[in-house]
Design a protein around this ligand. Sequence first.
Ligand SMILES: Cc1ncc(C[n+]2csc(CCOP(=O)(O)OP(=O)(O)O)c2C)c(N)n1
Length: 895
Amino acid sequence: MDMSSPEQLIGQLDLDEQETAEWIAALHSVLESSGPDRARFLLSQLSNAAREAGLQWRDARITPYINTIRPQDEAPYPGGSDAVATEETIAGILRWNALAMVVRANRAYGELGGHIASYASAADLFEVGFNHFFRARTAEFGGDLVYFQPHSAPGIYARAFLEGRLSADSLSHYRQEISAKTNGVQGLSSYPHPWLMPDFWQFPTGSMGIGPISSIYQARFMRYLEHRGLLAPQPRKVWGVFGDGEMDEPESLAALSLASREKLDNLVFVINCNLQRLDGPVRGNGHIVDELETLFGGAGWNVIKLLWGSDWDPLFARDANGELVDALNRTVDGQLQTFAANDGPFNREHFFGQSPGLKAIGATLTDEEIDRLKRGGHDLRKIYAAYHAAVNHNGAPTVILAQTKKGFGMGTAGQGKMTTHQQKKLEQQDLVEFRDRFKLPLTDAQVENLEFYKPADDSPEMRHLHARRNELGGFMPRRVDQRLPIAVPPLESHAQFALEADGKEMSTTMALVRMMGNLLKDATLGKHVVPIVADEARTFGMANLFKTVGIYSSQGQLYQPEDIGSILYYREAKDGQILEEGITEAGAISSWTAAATSYAVHGLPMLPFYIYYSMFGFQRIGDLIWAAADQRARGFLIGATSGRTTLGGEGLQHQDGSSHLVAASIPNCISYDPAYAYELAVIVDDGMQRMLQKNEDVFYYVTVTNENEAQPSIPKDAREGILHGMHCVSPAKKPEVRLLGAGPLLKEAMAAADLLEGIFSVKTEVWSVTSFSELARDGIECERNRRLQQSDDEAWVTQKLKGSKAPVIAVSDYVRAVPESIRAYVPAHFVTLGTDGFGRSDTRASLRDFFEVDAKWIAYTALAEVYAGKKTADEMREIAAKLELDLDKPISTSV
Ligand SMILES: Cc1ncc(C[n+]2csc(CCOP(=O)(O)OP(=O)(O)O)c2C)c(N)n1
């Protein structure tokens, strides 16, 4: 039983007030005489004693609904009142320009959308960061990293406008990126998108939950680079400014314990608690701040509640018997929102009118003063004090729970309104009120025209703004891509075994791990390689790397591993190279993204290989991969145990038949499904050259399998075809049928060719398709060039297959839609086979029969084409019988 819930604390009657006073006095006296450490020690001793006495007492996870930092402990504002006043003026201007940007865009084109209310609530939180804390990257300092709340983007653009980085023309092209380009202007993307604004945004945060988890793994990856001696240790911080609603996303909370376990005091979360999401308060009957305090506090974070502005301090000072604090404890979010949406008289009546004591406190204020009582997240001094405490906290990450008003300053039109999130049109009267509220020097006509406002260069505001950013190293956000090539070792140095396999048996997974092991040993490249797993290293045969390069652990190894005697023992080390993330694909991909973007974020190119069950990639964490693509990630995603029929017994949830379909939809994802170790070697080599040497913003998705098979050596001149997506592995003169086999099913296509030639004397040619998606992309582009430019471009598929009219049968271990993607470029009759439907637990042989993709089914399908119009139905049935195929079996997609 938790005896310390707030209700109990608040509601409990004090049976002996004198005794209580004595205990409290004792605490104060210890504090005064021996300081806070001693006081904390005594409290934990008391807590232990209580537990030993069987009290089952736990410290409250929820503290009262007031600021964590006492006024007397607040760090003073640098620059004092002048700075506060100037920065408040700047914040007002930014609010206006952000609002004007959104309202203008929507006046012109009602469909563009955008948000005003979110930034209105977050502006002060950002401004204190921009003016005092967010340090830019310079020649000497790596810079702080800031994850911006996505729908506050208009405010960040508004600031860049004042800074002279974005023009008024750009602001006029908010959410009009395509027409902006036509007009020769930098358009502004809706949310932070490095793909669209590569010199500006560093981190994509538009999809809720991605920012929080990414920022945690980013902070951890910075430590990894430092511990491995690749990055000089510097007091850099990762800041994440997020909405309270965004904290509902599982990804937002998924890595909280990692952050505290790793003692990431380089990480600060600022949660903009405006108590509203999109639809409304969502959980209006409670306190989101308390919920988050429990979650973050329980996970070991330093929690700072920043709820009330300085103008509340005298009210609390007058609250001798705790009535005001009690009332705040009791006032739930839905009600706080109603108070935000209403004026002074309403708040006097409904909040301060609750009891005579509160009434007396309220009586010290005018209605106007009550109306203007600030929440903590709108008070620059309080925000500064909280940030100051956060950046000086050691040993744990900090979260600041900043209470704000959604649509702050939008008056009766928007502040605290249920509908404020989507409001993007304001009446003239509302705009004038907004101008007056923030004392903007705009005429009614300028307001009507939604003119952007920029103070004169020599105004105190502009001078202050520039001085602050100069002091902090320059403008932010800013993405820097220095193009730092890294020498890629010659293919033979790490993949000779694959190029000249000469029939040796191995799986493509084994080949990949062996190649990676060799790359790790390379004098130049080795240290840049980052092997990442989500607790499956043994599944993929990577256990030998535990010993050779070690598993990263910020604490080193504090125990003697059970297998210490083995040469491959489980070795954790502070400079370990493998990121072993445990069972969290979301975490592992976040680490991968941090590594894959290190070239831009830290000016330090890394080469991550994240190796995982292919089914738990694009299907499970596809949105995180999409965001990595937006962030111009460079690295390898290795989908292991891939293919619907190749991962035998694992069944429906594990067998992947679709990842290549999704991978193909990501423009900068180059995906391959190689069959042979030598193909894999060529692909990895090409990837390294493009990503590391040529600095192309692409990443590679490569599927590998655990099926052992005899690996041939690389045929002469195969490289070009492998990279284009198909090359001939078994040519035939005047073939009657051509088989295209991909990945693990190339083997079935080769066996089908043997059946066709051996039993039916049908001349068969076999091609290995390494990438249907690359072939399709090439086809789309060539086709378009022919249409638009009247060029004679010909798709690779067409070039390779046009020499014959023989039918073409394609088979892969993926859904038919994958090979179907090249249909338009196949200059012959084309049939596709694939693994549509749910997987099953069974042997590979049974699965391939079930999905009709084994050698016999491929052979039968080929014969059906070759004999079309020549054999009767009965004769085809005889052929099927000869091949032991059941033509009446249900389709694999049926139940
Ligand atoms: C994954 C995902 N789901 C839904 C949305 C749509 N969405 C955009 S903002 C928003 C509400 C955000 O609320 P909150 O985080 O509290 O921010 P506020 O605007 O209140 O500051 C939603 C649901 C999204 N961007 N991403």
